[in-house]
Ligand binder design. Structure first.
Ligand SMILES: [Zn+2]
Ligand SMILES: [Zn+2]
Length: 248
């Protein structure tokens, strides 16, 4: 049974399972036609943008749910500061819903790897937003897959998409990336992560790197570079993607 709750954005009472009323959810800046590989917005429904056709990036697919603009911006802010669980649940579930649609003709990753925070930053904040989103997305994926298995569509498919928290460590407490251009961000992130070989079981050959927001892509690319030699396929999952600075 679902009780009434007030919508996070407009304050109206509703009975949705998630924290937004139906019309606010519809009005979110959904990223519609976009390149499946880098999430760059496209004007026409086509699979890949010109850049990805000429110079394919490390990731095979980018799952991005929204454009990073109002009202996603304050929602992400709340995830980081005041209401991590409520927002983690909302955004994680929306990410899983989107995965369900966008991977209809594709194979889901076998494990999720949230972008790690430096231990000092983690202590100060008390939680890792990317990890929270991953756990709630995992929960929603599990529910979807259980439903599918019941319908005997893909009963043979594993029901778990584990969240791997210790595959990589952040060893450099990088200053905030805000206000830096993409070159400065790459420089900032050089050797920011360390790979922990015993933490990625060999059976996970297809993984997704999860972050709340992808802006220039410097962070996800830096981690992808580290993981690439150890897996067959990398996807990137994010709640929001900044379009004007998108790189591949
Ligand atoms: Zn609303
Ligand atoms: Zn592209």
């Amino acid at each position: 049974m679902i009780f009434s709750q007030s919508c996070l954005l407009c304050g109206q009472m509703h009975k949705n399972a998630l924290a937004l009323c139906q019309s606010c959810q519809q009005d979110l800046p959904w990223l519609n036609t976009h390149c499946t590989r880098c999430a760059r917005k496209l004007n026409f429904a086509q699979m890949l943008c010109g850049t990805c056709l000429q110079q394919p990036p490390m990731q095979q697919r980018t799952l991005a749910v929204f454009e990073y603009r109002f009202p996603i911006t304050p929602l992400i802010q709340q995830l980081k500061q005041h209401q991590p669980i409520l927002l983690g649940r909302l955004l994680g579930h929306l990410l899983a819903q989107s995965a369900h649609q966008q991977y209809a003709q594709d194979v889901l990753p076998q494990a999720l790897i949230p972008i790690p925070l430096h231990p000092q930053r983690l202590r100060a904040r008390g939680h890792n937003p990317a990890a929270l989103i991953s756990f709630f997305a995992q929960q929603a994926l599990r529910a979807q897959q259980a439903l599918r298995a019941q319908q005997v569509l893909r009963a043979q498919q594993a029901l778990e998409t584990p969240v791997l928290l210790h595959t990589c460590r952040r060893i450099k407490n990088t200053p905030s990336q805000r206000g830096l251009n993409s070159q400065q961000r790459y420089h900032n992130l050089r050797q920011a992560f360390e790979w922990c070989p015993d933490q990625l079981p060999n059976r996970y050959r297809h993984i997704a790197i999860v972050d709340d927001v992808v802006t220039t892509g410097a962070t996800t690319q830096s981690l992808a570079r580290l993981l690439q030699p150890h897996v067959d396929r990398i996807d990137i999952w994010c709640v929001a993607h900044t379009q004007q600075h998108a790189i591949t």
